[in-house]
Ligand binder design. Structure first.
Ligand code: UTP
Length: 291
């Protein structure tokens, strides 16, 4: 059995420029899909996969994230006085317990690779999960749990993959793969934001990773790559020289909530599936579209 994955890193220090002015004073990761912020979906997904230590790499204007995972005593007391039991349950549900969260700062948003490296002392010598909260997966079994199953079999590093239209490959990290006997994929190459004509496939790295701690020493010496940022994909490519990477095709609907279109689509999809709102929302949409 490979070393169990108990720690997860959530990089939340990006500027979120595609959502300005919404993200001027509020973190992008606090944008809500129906009634929950993006970061909460990611934390719940990690909890479902057995994560016990939640490490947030934050930046300026990100205090709301720290407060979100804290207990709100004043609010709780008011809700208790008013007998609002349901709301108390909602606030208590899926809250990491005392000592389960850590917050560290990326003083400058130098790229995803740099954000991950900022968590090196909290990770130590353990393999860890990495979840990008703006990539939201709507699925029966959470994306990270699906990957843990692949990790238990193959150990090493595991990357969640998703098919994208060929015209979109230049927006993401893209992998080259070979089929393995058990239906999973062996990753043989990866490239960050390739030109459409150079992309080795249309399988994108969809924001979920299980990584060995050696990635940290590679990130330490990693030069800037695509977009002038320190890219995680470049360091993973170096790790691929001496460790295996397995690709797990994630079952579920993927929404890139870092883009307006992806975020709006996520809201529609989650609202349609919502147990209380779904039916009425569907009718409203039909009326709007005159269907
Ligand atoms: P994005 O690539 O979406 O960048 O980051 P961004 O800065 O948040 O958004 P735009 O492009 O300006 O609109 C993907 C994830 O990595 C984190 C972000 O917070 C987001 O969760 N990130 C990115 C960092 O933590 N630090 C960085 O330097 C870059």
């Amino acid at each position: 059995m490979p070393y169990p994955i108990k720690k997860a890193v959530f990089p939340v220090a990006g500027l979120g420029t595609r959502f300005l002015p919404a993200t001027k004073a509020m973190p992008k990761e606090m944008l809500t899909v129906v009634d929950k912020p993006l970061i909460q979906y990611a934390v719940e997904e990690a909890m479902e996969a057995g994560i016990e230590h939640f490490i947030f790499v934050t930046g300026r204007n990100k205090n709301a994230i720290e407060d979100h995972f804290d207990r709100q005593y004043e609010l709780m007391n008011i809700l208790k006085e008013k007998g609002k039991i349901e709301q108390i349950t909602i606030l208590e549900r899926d809250l990491p317990s005392a000592g389960q969260t850590s917050f560290t700062r990326q003083q400058e948003p130098l790229g995803l690779g740099h954000a991950v490296w900022c968590a090196r002392h909290l990770i130590g010598k353990e393999p860890f999960a990495l979840l990008l909260p703006d990539m939201l997966v709507q699925s029966k079994t959470g994306a990270l749990k699906q990957m843990i199953q692949g990790y238990e079999k193959h150990g090493n590093n595991v990357i969640g993959l998703h098919e994208v239209p060929k015209s979109e490959v230049d927006q993401y990290g893209i992998v080259k793969t070979e089929n393995m006997e058990d239906g999973q994929l062996k990753i043989t190459n990866m490239v960050e934001k390739p030109k459409i004509e150079d992309a080795p496939s249309n399988l994108m790295i969809m924001g979920r990773y299980i990584l060995q701690p050696e990635i940290m020493m590679l990130l330490e010496n990693q030069n800037k790559g695509a977009g002038g940022e320190i890219q995680l994909t470049d360091a993973m490519l170096k790790l691929l020289d001496f460790q295996k990477f397995t690709g797990v095709s994630i079952d579920g609907k993927l929404f890139d909530c870092g883009s307006k279109l992806g975020f709006l689509s996520a809201n529609v999809s989650y609202a349609l599936d919502h147990p209380e709102l779904g039916e009425e929302f569907r009718e409203n949409i039909k009326k709007m579209l005159k269907l």
